[in-house]
Design a protein around this ligand. Structure first.
Ligand SMILES: Cc1ncc(COP(=O)(O)O)c(C=O)c1O
Length: 339
């Protein structure tokens, strides 16, 4: 790894890279899956890789509390709660979201792990999140805590080495399996996972290619963030590689109804992966990204026979979030027989 950063090891790496024979035959591509849902702590997922690095910085700064932000269903919040528990720290998760009138699966897990969750309904005003974070830091520091703040998704320079490291891991695994040149496909939310992979593959000279599939609107703010984030990381780690917009391959046309909206195609994609391979995806991120990948194959954007590595970034607790669960139950009750 050509960049240097300290981490606290909390998960067992490398995660497996597996061939999916039945789905490959069904779809006419050579499909592999990178099992980053198997990152062990707090039910796993992609944020654990970033949090190993963020935790090291928090401990170095003498933090007693982790504060992070996310939506009502944040997987990142859940994994942050797990890390705080492991480090003996307090954890507070701030959600700029209407309290949805249901306890999402992740918030239930946050509370099981002892994290506090604060909701503030969105006002539409710019800077609301920053103001809430400032108020919470003041409040908890006045009560004697030393707060370490982790931005949404752990997607900053300090968290980036997590997916940079995953890129190195994937490159070595792909070479060992004889699938150099494969296309890695990942869900894109707060961009950290994509950016870590992008920087790792590019800066290390890997021949793996990378396609991101946006799971929420990829508007002008995200476009700006993409380049700013790359420039920030490049400078922070002294990377020599360069990149401009055309180098970032992000599909923005598979968002469907919007962030975390229950959607029939996404559920069909989840059933397909589960019924062919016994692997469970989630309704907000990986199920949607996989539905996008299926569309790309159907539309010929992915060629028959192509080698694809789909990143399973976790999120499965989301299946049990009430508004998703209701839809699954409606579609699946017919296969339950009570004798
Ligand atoms: C399961 C899952 N997959 C993918 C993502 C997207 O990762 P990123 O926010 O780094 O783009 C997230 C983010 O919350 C996630 O929880």
């Amino acid at each position: 790894m050509k960049i240097q950063a300290k981490k606290i090891q909390m998960i067992h790496l490398p995660t497996p890279l597996e061939y999916l024979p039945a789905l490959s035959a069904e779809l006419g591509v050579e499909l592999y899956i990178k099992r980053d849902d198997l990152t062990s702590l707090a039910m796993g997922g992609n944020k654990m890789r970033k949090l190993e690095y963020l935790a090291a910085e928090a401990v170095d700064q003498g933090a007693t509390m982790l504060l992070t932000v996310g939506g009502a269903q944040t997987n990142h919040g859940r994994q942050t709660a797990g890390v705080a528990a492991r480090l003996g720290m307090k954890c507070v998760i701030a959600c700029i979201d209407r309290y949805p009138g249901e306890i999402s699966a992740n918030i239930l897990l946050d509370r099981i792990m002892g994290a506090e969750v604060v909701f503030e309904a969105p006002t539409g005003e710019k800077g609301q999140q920053e103001a809430l974070v400032r108020r919470l830091i003041e409040k908890y520091e006045a009560a004697g805590e030393k707060v370490y703040y982790i931005p949404v998704g752990g997607s900053n320079a300090a968290g980036l080495p997590g997916y940079y490291e995953c890129a190195c891991e994937l490159d070595a695994q792909a070479r060992a399996m004889g699938i150099g040149g494969a296309r890695v496909v990942s869900a894109v939310g707060s961009i950290g996972t994509y950016m870590g992979l992008f920087c790792g593959l590019r800066n290390e000279g890997s021949d793996l290619r990378l396609t991101g599939i946006a799971i929420s609107d990829f508007g002008p703010d995200k476009e700006v963030r993409l380049q700013e984030y790359f420039d920030e990381v490049r400078q922070h780690f002294g990377m020599t590689c360069t990149a401009e917009r055309a180098d970032f391959d992000i599909e923005t046309g598979y968002v469907r109804e919007g962030y975390n909206q229950p959607n029939a195609d996404v559920r069909q994609a989840i059933y397909l992966m589960a019924r062919k391979e016994g692997i469970i995806l989630d309704p907000c991120y990986t199920g949607k990204a996989f539905a996008g990948l299926l569309d790309m194959i159907r539309e010929g954007k992915i060629q028959k026979g192509e080698k694809i590595i789909f990143l399973h970034s976790g999120g499965q607790p989301g299946i049990n979030t009430p508004h998703h669960r209701v839809e699954f139950e409606r579609e699946l009750l017919d296969g339950i027989t009570v004798l």
